[in-house]
Design a protein around this ligand. Structure first.
Ligand SMILES: C[S@@+](CC[C@H](N)C(=O)[O-])C[C@H]1O[C@@H](n2cnc3c(N)ncnc32)[C@H](O)[C@@H]1O
Length: 222
């Protein structure tokens, strides 16, 4: 497993990405973004999006939800604020420049936390997941979408190779599901984990962690 990305590298990369992000990454991530937002709408209520980026996901929520978005990158949040200023998104409550490793929100203050194409890019993924679990209410969900590491075979070898050149670009193709499972096992407050490939191609995976009501042990449901 390679090192986790450094915060300074991410900030620099996304300052460069901000002007072209919607045109380049918007279509590539569309299916994954929609699948994660659909899962979040099923939970409903107050939703925190970490790494909200330019706010491409605003279109995927409706009046039944209230969205709070945070991102490390000022230039990405500037884009999201410009989108919000169109007046088309009354469901968006607020946007903040904030590091997901230190969420400035009270415990159990959200029904759901969503991270679309973010968890593989943060400096300390386990700490970010701890923070997500802290701010989500019992019975609420943490919903991630990402490309997850192939873990074996030719796919894994290609991803390892690509990883070396992609890191300075603020991308990370190699990240195993096993690491998410290990976090959930260690945390102890996760009642269930659901792992669903996004169709049609299954390139992305939506992972849902259900914050437990009681002391039931975590289990994986396909
Ligand atoms: C690939 S983009 C995804 C943006 C958006 N979620 C989407 O799907 O279009 C990753 C985002 O994560 C943000 N990010 C990286 N590390 C972060 C951190 N520690 N805290 C908050 N945001 C972070 C980046 O600034 C960037 O906007």
């Amino acid at each position: 497993m390679s090192h986790d990305p450094q915060r300074a590298v991410m900030e620099k990369a996304y300052a460069r990405w901000a002007p072209v992000y919607d045109a380049v990454c918007g279509p590539i991530f569309l299916a994954g973004r929609r699948a994660a937002a659909a899962a979040a709408r099923r939970v409903g209520g107050r939703i925190l999006e970490i790494g909200v980026g330019t706010g491409l996901s605003f279109d995927d929520y409706d009046h039944t939800t209230r969205i709070v978005g945070i991102d490390l990158s000022r230039p990405m949040i500037d884009k999201a604020e410009a989108r919000l200023a169109t007046g088309r998104y009354p469901q968006v409550e607020s946007l903040h420049v904030m590091d997901a490793t230190q969420l400035e929100f009270a415990d159990a203050s959200f029904d759901c936390v969503v991270a679309q194409f973010v968890i593989t890019l943060v400096e300390d993924p386990e700490r970010v997941l701890d923070e997500c679990a802290r701010v989500v209410r019992p019975g609420g969900e943490i919903i991630l979408v990402n490309h997850l590491y192939s873990e074996k075979g030719v796919g894994a070898a290609v991803e390892r190779l690509f990883a070396r050149v992609s890191r300075p670009l603020g991308l990370r193709p190699e990240f195993p599901f096993a690491r998410l499972q290990a976090w959930a096992d260690r945390h102890g407050g996760i009642g269930a984990i659901h792992r669903n490939p996004v169709q049609p191609l299954g390139v992305y995976t939506v992972v849902r962690f259900v914050r437990e009501h009681d002391t039931a042990k975590a289990s994986v449901a396909a």
